[in-house]
Design a protein around this ligand. Structure first.
Ligand SMILES: Nc1nc2c(c(=O)[nH]1)N[C@H]1C(S)=C(S)[C@@H](COP(=O)(O)OP(=O)(O)OC[C@H]3O[C@@H](n4cnc5c(=O)[nH]c(N)nc54)[C@H](O)[C@@H]3O)O[C@H]1N2
Ligand SMILES: Nc1nc2c(c(=O)[nH]1)N[C@H]1C(S)=C(S)[C@@H](COP(=O)(O)OP(=O)(O)OC[C@H]3O[C@@H](n4cnc5c(=O)[nH]c(N)nc54)[C@H](O)[C@@H]3O)O[C@H]1N2
Ligand code: SF4
Ligand SMILES: [Mo]
Length: 891
């Protein structure tokens, strides 16, 4: 690794599981800038839109800096004493299973390790589960069924070396962007074929060689058909199957029975037979094949079966553990993999040990000298919140996750949080979940704390601090140890920093491990201070005295008792909840390019909000037409669990009968736009992972009678509106409002949001019929402080100019003041349209103009406008725009 200037710190991106290396620099004025770390083997210097904007997320605005009890600021001593006392008393009175922790794949390995140790070894319950239950649990369960241990065999290099990459239920272009770009680069170099299996035509699907828009939930059938085809095509690796696996005959017979021909599969999956054949023939003919899978596979009531249906095809062809081949479950969160290493799920033990083996339980007990070792699995996420709601779990500690938004049936989760006797939340900012906290603990954020994370390819990297810890915030590991000590477990929690925890974690991985657990990082058990500081990114395992194995499962030996991998005979089951006449649309949910989960960080960055500033429901033209829905209309979406509202985008990327709502919007950014309120808690029977991708809904048009927009420097949480959303802009926030009330009532409602401060100079205008209203307030210096426009739908004046004035914060000239209430700049100001490239703020109108001037390719656009030349996240969208213009020109 090259030496860095003293002002730059090497760390790792806190977002997705690609795990990119980041170099952070703090300027004298405190501003943080970042660039990609060219030495990091995950990204070789590249960063996606979210990673490039990391410097803009470190401001202290909105940060929690002081502990609170019942909304009152307090000292750490008082807060920690209370948490320890309430947990201890509850355990004493009601037993260890009356308390629970709900934690996160965004914690560092060291934080995760001590939380798990406290609950499973010292409190004596396994009621610790993590948001990875919503994320990776089906992959974990599928790996364990097939391999005997939760092993991801491959590395990112396999994507460089593959001839065929099948992306299943993965919007890689948006969710693992740097990995995706690596794949596109490999395609340039070697002609890799890319197949996408996804009901939606995603940005990823736009660029692939073959897109199979399967009906939701039918992946098992598709892969069973593939297994049957591989047999017929004669490409089964008999040697491998005979010497390294068990259960092939049964898996094949079940698969062949239900997926008898490509035609039968096509009919069952809602696909064209020719496409199914094409996939099968490509797969059969290409030995270097990697199947990447993500939430379209995991987040399903049959997710574990989906995982095994995929793995079956790789085992049958012996395509596992070899360069350019293998099943590849890509992790979502930055430390989803690290959480699995420390056993953060309720049904796991630390260091890849398990409750179903008593010798494992005793081993961990001995290693920790645990006074109260948990002996059986605890409550999984959905059940944990049920227990919190019905009084079985009386004290709950939530760390680094926002379940009030991200859990399915989230209205019920919110009720549970409200009724639970004692709720502790550790977070870096206020969220929908912190509203229910009896005790609120301010955690140190990315850039302020250090430790390790493990990415999708089992590569451990350091996060390193480069900013001082603000206010009274504390690192999560320390908060957990502080509480453990106050609960009387001091001796086992006296670490003086993450390094000591890391060493213990490494020691446990090697403890009585005679090669039977592949997760072994014993070589790092005595890692010196300087070495941990320096810590180049590296794969596990790192067993003591053995060379580091980059790729796993290479020799046909598996960590099962008989050393063989297991085929699992899986059948295509019906979806958890089928659509019916009352709720005829299957609602899917997932991610957008520039947002991270519940937007607590990315939602504050103007350029990350510019591409999609408000939640929209994507719906197929036919379904929209039937409901009289057009672009921009407000839809009311209801499921058996709750309802949401969102503006409509009519899109033929959606398969008829399906719709898509992003998962990101919380009550902080919109009224009732959460996908979690609609989602079903029905879960996979093996993994406990809920079906987040498919819930039957009814969609109706809301008759909007007025719309409004408030541009303001202030951060508000409007109440009483049918619908509002907000997004940040330079200098403040833009609130979009609308309602079903009469326009004059809409005006009354909206005016309540205005800042009535007498210091401001205020001007307003209402038309004679009382249908439109405009107001503006200037601060004492004469700069625009806020503006409100209300009008019937479709009649709002332009707002680009007003928004730019908010950012400029400069006193207005007389002509500008006169023009304020019209919303139109006195000098012409062309609108750039919806922002496509968030790195260089390039909008769709500018791209259209460039095309008119002759730009014909991505490269031309890059040369003329710079769009797409930095992080590359917008390249597929630009390509789509170019295609659309080309089509238009041809018509
Ligand atoms: N921009 C961004 N990137 C992220 C995140 C983020 O919040 N924002 N979060 C990170 C995290 S934690 C995760 S878990 C990953 C998730 O990464 P992905 O899994 O790639 O993302 P999702 O959008 O959740 O879902 C993937 C796709 O599954 C499809 N799908 C739905 N149902 C089915 C089905 O039945 N079969 C198949 N084959 N596909 C189906 C959806 O249409 C969707 O396009 O992203 C990580 N990266
Ligand atoms: N409908 C639907 N729901 C979903 C999904 C879906 O696809 N559809 N996907 C699911 C998946 S895969 C996931 S991973 C989850 C994600 O869901 P969540 O985990 O709830 O989402 P985040 O917004 O990432 O929450 C992380 C929280 O940790 C806080 N935080 C940040 N840094 C720190 C820190 O250092 N310490 C502490 N203590 N807190 C910190 C953030 O402010 C934030 O509140 O959502 C799940 N829910
Ligand atoms: S791909 Fe983007 S979000 Fe994921 S780790 Fe890399 S920079 Fe961060
Ligand atoms: Mo996730």
């Amino acid at each position: 690794m090259q030496d860095l200037p003293a002002t730059e710190v090497r760390t790792t991106c806190p977002y997705c599981g690609v795990g990119c290396g980041v170099l952070a620099r703090v300027a004298a004025d405190g501003n943080v800038t970042v660039r990609g770390d060219t030495d990091h083997p995950a990204n070789f210097g590249r960063l996606c839109s979210k990673g490039s904007a990391l410097g803009e997320t470190t401001s202290l605005e909105g940060r929690l800096l002081v502990p609170e009890i019942g909304g009152r600021e307090t000292s750490w001593d008082e807060a920690l004493d209370l948490v320890a006392r309430r947990f201890s008393e509850t355990i004493e009175k009601h037993g260890p299973d009356s308390v629970a922790f709900y934690i996160s794949g965004q914690l560092l390995t060291e934080d995760y390790y001590v939380a798990n140790k406290l609950m499973k070894g010292f409190i004596g319950s396994a009621n610790i589960d993590t948001n990875s239950r919503l994320c990776m649990a089906s992959s974990v369960a599928g790996h364990r069924r097939a391999f005997g241990e939760d092993i991801v065999p491959g590395t990112y290099e396999d994507l460089d070396q593959a001839d065929l990459v099948v992306l299943t239920g993965s919007n890689t272009a948006w969710c693992h962007p740097i990995l995706y770009q690596r794949l596109l680069a490999a395609r340039e170099a070697r002609g890799t074929k890319i197949v996408v299996i996804d009901p939606r035509r995603t940005a990823t699907a736009e660029e692939c060689d073959l897109h199979l828009a399967v009906d939701p939930g039918t992946d098992v059938l598709l892969f069973n058909g593939l297994l049957a085809h591989l047999d017929i095509a004669g490409v089964i690796d008999r040697n491998f199957v005979d010497s390294s696996t068990t259960g092939f005959a049964e898996a094949l017979s079940v698969a062949s029975a239900e997926a008898s021909s490509p035609g039968a599969v096509a009919a069952g999956c809602g696909l064209a037979e020719a496409d199914v054949r094409l996939l099968y023939e490509l797969f059969a003919a290409t030995s270097r094949t990697v199947t990447v899978y993500s939430q379209g596979v995991n987040q399903s009531a049959h997710g574990t079966d989906k995982v095994n249906a995929i793995i079956n095809c790789h085992l049958a062809t012996g395509r596992i553990g070899q360069p350019g081949m293998g099943p590849f479950s890509v992790t979502g969160q930055p430390n989803a993999m690290g959480g699995r290493e420390v056993g953060g799920l309720a049904n796991q033990l630390a260091a890849h040990m398990n409750f179903d083996r008593p010798e494992d339980v005793e081993r961990v007990e001995r290693f920790w000298s645990a006074p109260a070792m948990a002996r059986q699995a605890g409550l999984k996420a959905v059940d944990m919140f049920r227990a919190a709601g019905d009084g079985r779990a009386k004290a709950l500690w939530v760390m680094g996750t926002n379940p009030a938004v991200s859990m399915p049936d989230s209205a019920r989760v919110r009720t549970a949080l409200k009724s639970c006797e004692f709720v502790v939340v550790s977070d870096v900012t206020r969220t929908d979940t912190t509203r229910y906290a009896d005790v609120l603990l301010p955690a140190a954020a990315w850039g302020e704390k250090g430790g390790t994370v493990t990415n999708s390819e089992r590569r451990m990297s350091r996060q390193r601090p480069f900013l001082p810890v603000p206010g009274n915030a504390r690192a999560d590991w320390r908060i957990i140890c502080d509480v453990a000590q106050r609960m009387g477990f001091g001796d086992a929690f006296t670490y003086d920093g993450p390094l000591e925890i890391f060493r213990e974690h490494a020691r446990l991985s090697a403890f009585e491990n005679h090669g039977d657990r592949l997760f072994d990082i014993g070589a790092l058990a005595e890692i010196a201070d300087a070495e941990y500081e320096h810590f180049p990114p590296r794969h596990w395992p790192q067993a003591s005295g053995e060379p580091c194995a980059e790729r796993l499962l290479v020799d046909g030996r598996f960590p099962t008792p008989d050393g063989r991998a297991r085929f699992v005979a899986v059948r295509q089951e019906g979806v958890a909840l089928p659509v019916d006449a009352k709720r005829p649309i299957a609602l899917n949910s997932g991610r957008l390019r520039d947002q991270w989960h519940t937007m607590t960080r990315t939602g504050r960055v103007p350029r990350l909000m510019a591409n999609v500033p408000a939640p929209t429901l994507e719906i197929a033209p036919l379904d929209a037409h039937r409901r009289g829905l057009r672009d921009g209309d407000l839809a009311h979406i209801s499921s058996r669990y709750g309802f949401a509202r969102a503006r409509v985008t009519v899109s033929d990327n959606q398969k008829p009968g399906t719709a898509f709502l992003p998962m990101h919007w919380s009550g902080h950014f919109a009224a009732n736009a959460g996908a979690g309120s609609l989602a079903t808690p029905l879960s996979d029977p093996f993994s406990g992972q809920p079906e987040l991708k498919n819930v039957p809904v009814r969609i109706e048009r809301e008759a909007i009678a007025w719309t409004g927009v408030l541009m303001t420097r202030r951060e508000l949480r409007p109440t009483g509106f049918v619908h509002w959303t907000r997004h940040p802009v330079d200098g403040g926030w833009v609130y979009e409002l609308c309602g079903t009330e009469t326009p004059d009532q809409g005006i009354l409602l909206s005016r309540r949001l205005l800042d009535g401060s007498p210091r401001n100079q205020f001007m307003e205008y209402t038309d004679r019929r009382g249908l439109t209203y405009r107001a503006a307030a200037l601060d004492p210096a004469g700069a625009l402080a806020e503006a409100l426009l209300v009008a019937p739908p479709g009649q709002l004046p332009p707002r680009d100019w007003l928004v730019s004035l908010l950012g400029a914060r400069e006193p207005l000239a007389a002509g500008q003041r006169m023009a304020l209430l019209s919303g139109r700049s006195p000098v012409p100001m062309p609108s750039i349209g919806r922002v496509i490239c968030s790195c260089f703020n390039v909008g769709e109108h500018q791209i259209a103009a460039a095309v008119t001037r002759g730009a014909a390719s991505l490269e031309d656009i890059g040369q003329q406008l710079r769009a797409g030349t930095n992080c590359g996240s917008c390249r597929s969208e630009i390509r789509t725009l170019l295609d659309a213009h080309r089509l238009q020109a041809a018509e």
